[in-house]
Design a protein around this ligand. Sequence first.
Ligand code: 5AD
Ligand code: SF4
Length: 437
Amino acid sequence: MKYYITTYGCQMNVHESEKIAGILASLGYESCNDIADADIAVFNTCCIRENAENHAFGNIGMLKKLKSERKDMIIAVGGCLPQQIGKAEILHKKFPFVDIIFGTHNLGKLKDYILKKQKQKKAVIEIEQSEGEICENGDEPLRTSYPNAWINITYGCNNFCSYCIVPYVRGRERSRSSANIISEAKSLVREGYKELTLLGQNVNSYSNGSTDLTFPRLLAAVAAIDGKFRLRFMTSHPKDFSEELAKAIAENPKICNCVHLPAQSGSNAVLKAMNRKYTVEDYLKKIEILRKYVPNCAVTTDLIVGFPGETEEDFNATLKLVEEADFSSAFTFVYSPREGTVAAKMPNRVPEEVSKERIMRLIEAVNARTREQSQKYVGKTVEILCEDYDPKKQKYLGRDEYGRMAYFSGETDLVGEFVKVNIGSVNGISLYGKIEV
Ligand code: 5AD
Ligand code: SF4
């Protein structure tokens, strides 16, 4: 029996799909590379922006024909999209051939839902409204991103940024116990994983008094595990980014000198309307502190254009921030109204063509920075963790500690190895080089 999982959205979802794979494996399913061969197809969905939702709707819709030919195939839709109020019913109406619909809070029960569905004709639709307690000892995830491994440290979010649906679909923030996180990290290092990423919507507020360690201490404790590996974390909320964290990065060489710190906007008026709880001056101050302790620290960010009421002046302030913060890369988004959030009811929507024009200008500004920074790599030797082989390019690929992707040739299987690569040329964001022996 075969399974095929389609994942949309963030790292949190990527890791949750590994948990889904673990559940399916425990039922005797094996993965396959073509959805047409699958006995069970799972869609792990995202709803952060409208296009993420549309994507999922489109791909689920395309299974109608396959399902009509293969009546015994089970189709399950889970994750953030059905967790929104009323969406499970919409999904069921639109796609009556979907067998199982579940949300973010009951992923751990997927096994029961599959067993239930095998016994009944009717679809199994189960969404839990409350986040409940953290289930620490669920099925082992079936990890698919060797040599990288994701470790959840918090679930949910309490911040309610006015544009964001996450607190509504992932519930209030809960922290896992530090002992369980450290023990998971130890096992992963023992199993040979070379890069651990601690995951949470706002890792900086890990604990909030509910566990024995603060985030910087947890990070230091994981970094103290024996063995050669890299340690990353995401995502950090600027309001909670502390000097103690900057010190922890500086003091522990295993923690990569690379921080993802979403700024969202460079305008104080927009930041206020977004309920981000910091000003652009506060943000720049945090970066200054970070770079005081970690001088070469790469900072990556998320930026939104076209938030309701964003003026040309506000947008220019975002362009200015790209220069001032010297981001090494940025994810850029056009604001997408999400039903149920505060911003969705705000007046002064920015017309689509204005947002489109702004995002083009923003992408160009970010890319110009990235290209400028790339040029500095030429002639240098960097340590790369080899992550994969690209058969099209016929090259291995991996990243340096700052998150830069490099391509290089190699004779033996290098995936999971740290290699020294001398950079000969750059192409936009990517580096090309030769292994040094
Ligand atoms: N519209 C556009 N971008 C959004 N993000 C979150 N919600 C929205 C929205 N409604 C972006 C933020 C966040 C990233 C994960 O997605 O920049 O940091
Ligand atoms: Fe969304 Fe803000 Fe929470 Fe991030 S911190 S998940 S942007 S509400």
